[in-house]
Design a protein. Structure first.
Length: 95
């Protein structure tokens, strides 16, 4: 889904680029979607949550490799698909 998406090294701009890409596919996107636990018992945020019809996609944007807290937030979030997209081009789908 994201193989042709090239991201900048700037975290916030990369987040906007992913949001814009998802919106171009017809998704409504919310940035910084609040969650109760980010891995350490504190509240946190998922970078982007996208909605279209009955589908929900949650996306974390990380630097070079997926962070534990990104994976944890996605594993514990109810979405049809969940991804960690790394700015260096590595992407994983989280179950």
């Amino acid at each position: 889904m994201f193989e042709n998406l090239k991201l900048t090294d700037n975290a916030k701009i990369a987040q906007y680029d992913v949001r814009d890409y998802m919106q171009s596919l017809g998704y409504k996107c919310i940035l910084e979607y609040g969650v109760k636990d980010r891995y350490d018992g504190n509240s946190g945020r998922i970078d982007i949550v996208c909605f279209k019809n009955n589908e929900t996609i949650a996306i974390e944007v990380d630097n070079k490799k997926p962070r534990k807290k990104s994976i944890y937030k996605l594993e514990n979030f109810n979405a049809n698909k969940k991804y960690v997209i790394c700015r260096n081009g590595k992407n994983i789908e989280v179950e």
